[in-house]
Design a protein around this ligand. Structure first.
Ligand code: NAP
Ligand code: F7E
Length: 347
């Protein structure tokens, strides 16, 4: 009997939070992984270095290539060289607040990047290559009623990040319809982990409060405390990406936990788990949290962390994924916070 051929996956955005969890998952599933990293002046592979067999570079199932999805020819050339079974496009300028400062760049990477990959699949006539697009709950943006959002809810993005993701979403649907490419969207709601970038709110809160508890930092400064988010764990969400490409046909999928929390709740839960007793006083931009033991302000607010337009409410209805993909989140927000705290303390 012949050997079973290993599947090959190409991951754009492998150095990011999700890329690293997805690579771990697919290696366990016996895939050969190719990841694309962009050139940077300092090391940017810390989330995946452990996958190279302790930096001996002896993992024969894991390869990294230089590339950049702003560069159409190198993107096409990598795809042509590897001709992967599955492409996961996780590459993006992924910070919503930053997209207000660098909108054109964000549109180029987060929006046009998807087009460059899909166009490469089309030009190369790769009939068997499946494509995953990292779509986002930010596409929903302005929602009228505080209902759970599903695959049928209309989009009204509130940032160029969201607008670019809507472009990439529709481009994915279009390449599926026009050229028969197996191209699917995962509409993922916020997902976090110890590997979350330090300027996203969950990591900023956990890192800040742990450092305050350790006496290494005096204060944590935030923006809008009342935004509502549906926070899951990135490990669970990586599984959904793989399941989406194993489904019998390409489709669009909401991935969420269907639980809601405000930023303020996230602060309160984290503080409680660290045995910090806090009391909120003041209103609006002057609202702050006092440490009841030291009587010092340990959380305050600054306008610079507010956005010109905010996404106030995001809670996802993932019943389609639960039913058809048999996907369920396994890690609660509480457990997510504990995981993030544990890693922060062990530093
Ligand atoms: P992340 O940690 O910011 O990772 C983004 C990845 O994209 C990094 O590997 C980054 O490389 C890479 N990248 C940026 N610009 C690039 C370029 N020009 N060419 C090639 N690669 C480039 O984001 P994440 O949280 O893992 O999210 C993964 C994807 O899911 C993103 O597309 C994000 O927009 C989307 N998404 C995230 C969430 C969430 O809650 N996390 C929810 C919905 C959708 P460097 O390491 O060099 O920066
Ligand atoms: O903000 C509020 C902020 O930056 C969450 C990305 O992964 O998820 C992420 O986008 C909320 C917002 O994530 C601060 O105004 C308050 O309402 O952690 P965030 P995000 O904007 O929801 C979506 C699904 C993605 O697709 C994106 O790629 O928290 N907030 N104070 C703050 N946010 C930040 N960053 N910093 C603060 O100080």
């Amino acid at each position: 009997m012949g050997k079973i051929r290993k599947k090959t996956a190409l991951i754009f955005g492998i150095t990011g939070q999700d890329g690293s969890y997805l690579a771990e998952l697919l290696l366990k599933k016996n895939y050969i992984i190719h990841g694309v990293k962009r050139r940077s002046s300092s090391a940017n592979t810390e989330r995946v270095d452990h996958l190279f067999d302790s930096l001996n570079f002896s993992n024969k199932n894991f390869f990294i290539h230089y590339g950049d999805i702003s560069d159409g020819t190198s993107t096409l050339s990598i795809i042509n060289k590897i001709k992967p079974d599955e492409i996961y496009n996780l590459a993006a300028q992924s910070h919503v607040r930053v997209s207000f400062d660098i909108p054109e760049y964000t549109a180029d990477i987060t929006g046009l990047g998807a087009l460059r990959i899909l166009e490469s699949i089309k030009i190369l006539n790769l009939k068997k290559t499946k494509y995953y697009q990292a779509s986002s709950s930010e596409m929903y943006g302005l929602v009228n009623k505080k209902n759970s959002l599903n695959e049928k809810t209309p989009f009204h993005p509130r940032s160029v990040y969201g607008v670019s993701k809507v472009f990439a979403y529709h481009t994915t649907v279009h390449y599926r319809e026009a050229y028969g490419i197996f191209a699917s969207n995962g509409i993922l709601f916020n997902h976090e982990s110890p590997r979350r970038g330090p300027t996203f709110v969950t990591k900023k809160i956990v890192q800040g409060l742990v450092r305050i508890k350790q006496g290494l930092q005096k204060k944590l400064t935030l923006g809008n405390l009342y935004a509502i988010r549906d926070w899951g764990h990135a490990k669970d969400y990586a599984i959904s990406m793989w399941k989406i490409l194993q489904y019998k046909k390409p489709d669009d999928w909401v991935i969420a936990t269907n639980k809601e929390n405000t930023v303020k709740n996230f602060v309160n839960t984290t503080a409680k788990k660290l045995s910090l007793k806090i009391k909120w006083i003041g209103k609006g931009i002057n609202e702050k949290a006092i440490d009841m033991e030291t009587k010092k302000t340990i959380v305050d607010l600054d306008k610079k962390f507010l956005r010109p337009t905010e996404v106030d409410y995001l809670k996802g209805d993932f019943s389609k994924a639960r039913k058809k993909l048999k996907w369920n989140p396994t890690i609660t927000t509480n457990e997510l916070i504990e995981d993030m705290i544990e890693e922060e303390i062990s530093k």
